[in-house]
Design a protein around this ligand. Sequence first.
Ligand SMILES: Nc1ncnc2c1ncn2[C@@H]1O[C@H](COP(=O)(O)OP(=O)(O)OP(=O)(O)O)[C@@H](O)[C@H]1O
Ligand SMILES: [Mg+2]
Length: 373
Amino acid sequence: MFGKVITGGHFANRSNELAHLKANFTSGIHTILISPRRWGKSSLVRRAAGQIETENKSIRFCFLDLMNVRSESEFYRHFASAVLKAGSSKMEEWVDDARSFLGKFIPRLSFSPDDISNFSLSMDWEEVARNPDDILNLPETLAKEKKIRFVLCIDEFQNLAAFDDPVAFQSKLRSHWQLHQNVTFCLYGSKRHMLMDVFTKPAMPFYNFGDILFLQKIKTEDWIPFLTTKFEETGKILSPEQAKLIAETAGCHPYYVQQLAQQTWLRTHLICSEDIVFAAWDSLQDQLSLLFQNLTDSLSPTQLNFLKAVSDNQTQMTSKTVIDTYRLGTPGNVKKIKEALENREIIDLSGKTISFLDPLYEAWLKRDGLQPG
Ligand SMILES: Nc1ncnc2c1ncn2[C@@H]1O[C@H](COP(=O)(O)OP(=O)(O)OP(=O)(O)O)[C@@H](O)[C@H]1O
Ligand SMILES: [Mg+2]
């Protein structure tokens, strides 16, 4: 399964990360979870939440996705709706809670006729923005009233940076949230630099807010039993060596491993082979060829040379040999290229290692995009 948040039996391992997250959630430690896109943040948080909810009825999870939230007043609208929804599963209670705790904004809940398990909330959002205390404290107020605890999971948290005056807004959030006794936050997203700025710079409001966790890819040895079992369950045979090949070809990138495995599975009648894996990987590159071509066309020749050096596993990018071999200009130039490629989320820098964020793009570049000359 790929392209959506993973549930049930499609989830591979991550037992350490799950245990860590669950311990934070149950003991009230705020968590900041960071990884590049599609490495499995949302799936992991949902998994931890699902397990805790079945074990402990007094902890309620509230999910808020900031993906399409563009302004402070939209934030309040989504935040209030999500918290109300998490506080109860009953229509009457939503209405009562809104009246009791947000009454001064004259809230209106509209239920759609075909799905009354859902509502949309309308209030005077201008007024809310001028005076957001009741909204920002809503999870704490509700938790106390209902004698429960909330874990508030906010996905794509980096989107806050695009609001007007983001630092002032973050101050507002923090000043309220740090007083909550019954609410634990899990804030996650994929823009590492931006999130690091928010959570590790002493001048920023969310400095030292919680436990920062960098989610890693899933290791080959964890993929092997997962993939071989999935094939076996459907009457097909994948050897451990072939499973390893799938994981390594896709760079252990959770999304691509699943996608490559699925393509391999489709092509396998009964018994898999290395050739099937290679053919599947090739066809994935073909499928995205147009997209990769456009991306490549938007890069400068020196940026492409730099990528070539990365795909040749060069590490000393500013050394004279590398600069000369790959025609990278000056060390200052190399620094600029690196920043530009990182900002565009093409490469990932962790410590001194530079790698492609997208293993399929790397493979495609080697195959089609980096003609010698
Ligand atoms: N534990 C896992 N086991 C198996 N596959 C996984 C796991 N975690 C993630 N994946 C694969 O990766 C894909 C992306 O996962 P998910 O949407 O959770 O990532 P994300 O980090 O939240 O991504 P984004 O930054 O785009 O929101 C899933 O659809 C699935 O194919
Ligand atoms: Mg996600």
